[in-house]
Design a protein around this ligand. Structure first.
Ligand code: ADP
Ligand code: MG
Length: 610
């Protein structure tokens, strides 16, 4: 009988192993940076080209390796970090499997330069597809430099799986952000295609590192989780509910300073916020769990991104309680930012008096407990509400047949629009969420948010593909400090942002200045809107969605009127008219229906009239 089983050749085995560890350029950066941290580096500099696909270089000033170790490090299962099985259950370093360097080397062209403090000269190694091609003595300073070119050059199938340069760069930025958060005492530099994206100074303060990464006054939007003298313990910072996000991407979780992901622990944080977070929103959080290494297993995931706790319930409860306690003892009051105005913090009294005086102007919808900004402005500044509400889809789009919509005062324009609504149509708003329309022999029910979203989506899509949107100049241009991630997204979307009506310019460092906005945004804070939009675009970028469609979707969703907003007759009829000029008025960009029809006949049937 023919035998089918063969032992695979060594180079094939290492390529298979590499598949587990090296999924994409960010995995290479992760392993190299972990090695630098494990080597006690105090400066780490990372440089990439073309999303790391062409080139990655990590330079550290750590312990370095002697000449023999340097060659050994490239062999599989060669590590200086553990020696026995007992060590595996008491890991103090980030690496321990001795797999990373050989795995990376087997699927790239690698150069390694390293020198220890003691040795007089350093070692240079040149490796191609895992085979050492050159080894020589070299004059260099203490530390290690590893450069990796042409990743997956010899595994074309894997190379094909790589996403765009942008997406790969995003993954790397996200990864470096996490290590920079975990190790504030290390300075991190990052350059992509020759441009420096960050240069973080060493600090002993996590808050300072967060501010360097996010924005200067960001710490004021955070609540500290104070470390208690327990084991295990939790510490870090939680974003106040007002800066919540629509995805979990900003929950940064670390176990013994190792960035990890855990659905259970995310849930512990999320549920700790309780009703402070609107439904469907997620917190920003920087949470560090410190635990005896013997109580965890980090060897459960090929890239070590998950850990197993010997007692997960205990950690869940500890974290959940720490979040609840920190939020309840801190003043978690929303800060409202108004266009052209300085941020205003509403203290408890102002807020409750506002609520008492104008109960009908606040949302009653349990889903979104958000105060109407224009009502607050009116109360505080005596502003004129009529000039602030605007549902317009202006932007030169054909969908914009009604121009500006909301004018509670009866201007001649409004009169004109009223007249242009087909006669015999009766409109009525229910639950500040639906518009009921009696039209001929049908009752139509329109979801105001979904309908406006559809209108804005089509308008924005056209702005991106055909005709640029109009912009509205701001009276007071608004300077916004962006995080490196946000700035990166901004730079890559600046053209698109421009087409949908923003005028935004770089303003030194990671700051930008917003000079004009799409007219649709009149009643929203442009800063908050921009940051929210960038977060969404960031998510879209990562998931590799169609840039134009997903931008139009994100913009429409953010700019559309919300459910819970009271509308005037003019606003309702304008929504109705605009919706029916569209090619596809029946679903919102996410596929939810915008409109439901109930024929009179159906009603008659229900009432047994026919
Ligand atoms: P691991 O980190 O799991 O031990 P690696 O393949 O990543 O495995 O690295 C193998 C060994 O090479 C490490 O254990 C360490 O001794 C050495 N090494 C790798 N990178 C560096 C570095 N930047 N500085 C000093 N030593 C390093
Ligand atoms: Mg390693």
């Amino acid at each position: 009988m023919k035998n089918n089983i063969v032992i695979l050749p060594e180079d094939l085995v290492s390529k298979i192993a590499a598949g587990e560890v090296v999924e994409r350029p960010a995995s290479v950066v992760k392993e190299l940076v972990e090695n630098s941290i494990d080597a006690f580096a105090s400066h780490i500099s990372v440089e990439i080209k073309s999303g790391g696909i062409k080139f990655i270089k990590v330079v550290d000033d750590g312990e370095g390796m002697g000449s023999e170790d340097a060659a050994l490090a490239l062999q599989r299962h060669a590590t200086s970090k553990i020696k026995s099985i007992d060590d595996l259950y008491n890991i103090h370093s980030l690496g321990f499997r001795g797999e990373a360097l050989p795995s990376i080397a087997s699927v790239s062209l690698m150069e390694l330069t390293t020198k220890t403090k003691e040795s007089l000269s350093g070692t240079f190694l040149k490796v191609e597809g895992g085979i050492i091609k050159e080894k020589k003595e070299i004059g260099t300073i203490q530390g290690t430099t590893v450069s990796v070119s042409e990743l997956f050059y010899n595994t074309p199938a894997r190379r094909k799986f790589l996403k765009t340069v942008l997406t790969e760069t995003k993954h790397i930025i996200e990864l470096l952000t996490n290590y920079a958060l975990a190790y504030p005492e290390i300075s991190f530099k990052f350059k992509t295609d020759g441009r420096e994206l960050f240069n973080l100074k060493k600090t002993d303060s996590l808050a300072q590192r967060i501010e360097e990464l996010w924005a200067k006054d960001f710490a004021s939007k955070l609540v500290e989780i104070k470390k208690e003298q327990t084991e295990p313990s939790v510490f870090g910072f939680l974003g106040k509910p007002e800066i919540c996000k629509s995805s979990r991407a900003q929950i940064h979780l670390f176990v013994n300073r190792r960035p990890v992901s855990s659905r259970a622990l995310n849930h512990a944080i999320q549920s700790g916020y309780g009703e402070n977070l609107p439904q469907g929103k997620f917190p920003i959080a920087f949470v560090f769990i410190q635990i005896d290494p013997e109580k965890i297993d980090v060897n459960v995931h090929p890239t070590k991104k998950e850990v197993k706790f010997s007692n997960e319930n205990q950690i869940y409860n500890l974290l959940n309680l720490a979040v609840k306690k920190s939020l309840s003892t801190s003043l978690v009051m929303p800060v409202y930012e108004f266009p052209g105005e300085k941020a205003v913090t509403l203290d408890k009294e102002t807020k409750s008096s506002l609520i008492k005086e104008t109960p009908s102007t606040y949302l009653t919808d349990k889903k979104e407990k958000v105060l109407f900004q224009e009502d607050i402005i009116k109360e505080i500044y005596g502003g004129d509400k009529s000039s602030l509400v605007n549902l317009s889809t202006e932007g030169g789009s054909p969908a914009n047949c009604g121009g500006k919509v909301d004018t509670p005062k009866e201007t001649p324009e409004a009169e004109e629009r009223k007249e242009s609504l087909p006669s015999g149509i009766i409109l009525f708003q229910a639950f500040d969420q639906y518009i009921l329309i009696q039209k001929e022999d049908e009752l139509l029910i329109l979801d105001q948010h979904a309908a406006h979203e559809r209108i804005l989506y089509e308008a924005t899509y056209k702005n991106l593909t055909e005709k640029k949107a109009l912009s509205q100049k701001l009276l007071f241009p608004s300077v916004v400090e962006l995080s490196p991630q946000e700035f990166f997204v901004y730079e890559n979307f600046s053209d698109i942002l421009n087409r949908i009506g923003f005028e935004i310019k770089p303003f030194g460092g990671k700051s930008v200045v917003i000079e004009a906005v799409p007219p649709t945004l009149k009643n929203q804070s442009e800063r908050v809107f921009l940051k929210d939009l960038l977060a969404d675009l960031d998510e879209n970028l990562k998931s590799g969605k169609d840039k134009i469609k997903s931008t139009a979707q994100s913009f429409a969703c953010k700019a559309a009127i919300k459910s819970g907003q009271r509308l005037s007759k003019e606003e309702m009829s304008s929504l109705y008219r605009q919706l029916f000029t569209l090619e596809n008025p029946h679903t919102c960009p996410h596929g939810r229906p915008t409109i439901i029809k109930i024929p009179l006949k159906e009603l008659d049937k229900k009432f047994k009239r026919s």
